[in-house]
Design a binder for this molecule. Structure first.
Ligand SMILES: Nc1nc2c(ncn2[C@@H]2O[C@H](COP(=O)(O)OP(=O)(O)O)[C@@H](O)[C@H]2O)c(=O)[nH]1
Ligand SMILES: [Mg+2]
Length: 364
């Protein structure tokens, strides 16, 4: 399962966000290092398509897609030099598939220091870039030498060279103009800033009717003008209120969010954005026993997707019966869709589309 690591200064609201997502468990407290060990939590990715399919099939069990979150301890200035939780902290980020920068824009009498998301971002990004710079410097000289005798190392050495130039300026690689192929070449180094990034601005309760206004400078700051850059998403939310709402049952939650003018709440948006950030896609299976959302990567073919369900399904893949979810809902049932000839029969080369409903035929 894909993992997101929360990175932020102490008291940014990482544990509160974690609690809101995981529905309790992590400790939220106004101490710098209340979280020493990373908590790993699982959050369901909300999906109305799955709800519709489950209702259609009257499924006994509904299993949504999920992503993992690691509540990493707070980062302090100097972490790359071993301050605070230092290296342990950085190692935890290294294991994440993507980084969520949590920035504090709320003021609280228990929390020291001014709420200054831009300054907090600067500190975080400097530490991350410095840690990467150190990693790159360690490798660069070796690879340069190796490249002189072994041409196959040349691309890697050049990539390190390019990364070094950016990091030495304090530029995280996700903001740099390094092209995709160079960033791929750097993959084996597990650099902290070579991961996809998402920004959460934790806005105070008093500011909930002007969230867009509060986050505007941050959105501006993270707008990277580059050749083939994916925009860096910035999401504003009041983590505390979202966490409180998350404690309630569904009706209570909707009522509270409604009363606050927060619509469906920011957590759902956050989860969907995070999911898509990693190029994750969903296909479905549906039946009386269970309706389920399965995660795959954009571009995967039917056998690979079948392998997500069970390795035997991939090994013994014969064919898949496929229909897009909305068409199936319109027809009303799987058997009816078959009767009217709307189930397509697809082979090994079929590239699965987001929202497809599959039934796999296999033989082992
Ligand atoms: N007023 C207010 N306080 C918050 C908000 N989010 C977190 N806090 C408080 O700030 C403190 C630190 O939050 P926590 O989630 O533990 O931060 P962490 O250090 O980043 O994990 C706790 O006392 C929280 O209750 C918020 O949106 N508004
Ligand atoms: Mg914490």
């Amino acid at each position: 399962m894909e993992r997101f690591g929360f990175v932020g200064l102490p008291n940014a609201g990482k544990s509160s966000l974690y609690n809101a997502l995981a529905g309790g468990g992590a400790l939220a407290a106004p101490y710098a290092f209340a979280t020493k060990d990373p908590n790993v939590g699982v959050a369901r990715v909300p999906d109305q398509r799955l709800e519709a399919l489950a209702a259609m099939s009257a499924s006994k069990n509904v299993v949504p897609a999920a992503v993992q979150f690691i509540d990493i301890g707070g980062l302090v200035e100097g972490a790359s030099q071993g301050e605070g939780l230092g290296n342990r902290f950085l190692a935890n980020i290294r294991e994440a598939d993507a980084v969520v920068l949590v920035l504090r824009a709320f003021a609280d009498e228990d929390v020291p220091g001014p709420p200054d998301p831009l300054e907090h971002a600067r500190i975080l990004e400097t530490e991350l870039a410095l840690a990467d710079l150190e990693t790159v410097e360690k490798q660069l000289e070796r690879k340069r030498k190796a490249a002189r005798v072994d041409k196959s190392v040349a691309a890697e050495a050049a990539a390190l060279e390019a990364a070094h130039a950016e990091l030495a300026e304090g530029t995280p690689l996700y903001r740099s103009s390094l092209p995709e192929d160079i960033r791929t070449e750097l993959g084996p180094y597990f650099l902290l800033t070579n991961k996809p990034v998402l920004v959460v601005v934790n806005v105070g309760e008093d500011d909930i009717d002007r969230i867009d206004e509060v986050i505007a400078p941050v959105v501006d700051e993270f707008r990277v003008d580059g050749v083939d850059h994916q925009p860096i998403e910035v999401i504003g939310m009041c983590v505390q209120l979202e966490a409180e709402a998350a404690q309630l049952d569904e009706d209570g939650r909707e009522e509270l969010l409604e009363a606050l003018g927060l619509g469906e709440g920011a957590l759902d948006t956050f989860l969907r954005t995070a999911y898509h950030l990693l190029g994750l896609r969903t296909f479905f299976t549906t039946g009386e026993k269970e309706s389920r959302a399965w995660t795959y990567r954009a571009g995967w073919k039917a056998p690979q997707c079948a392998g997500v369900i069970h390795t035997d399904f991939e090994r013994g893949f014969i064919r898949a019966e496929v229909i897009h979810w909305d068409e199936l809902i319109e027809i009303g049932s799987w058997s009816k869709a078959r009767d009217v000839g709307k189930l397509r029969v697809e082979g090994k080369d079929y590239v699965v589309a987001d929202g497809d409903v599959l039934e796999i035929r296999f033989n082992v």
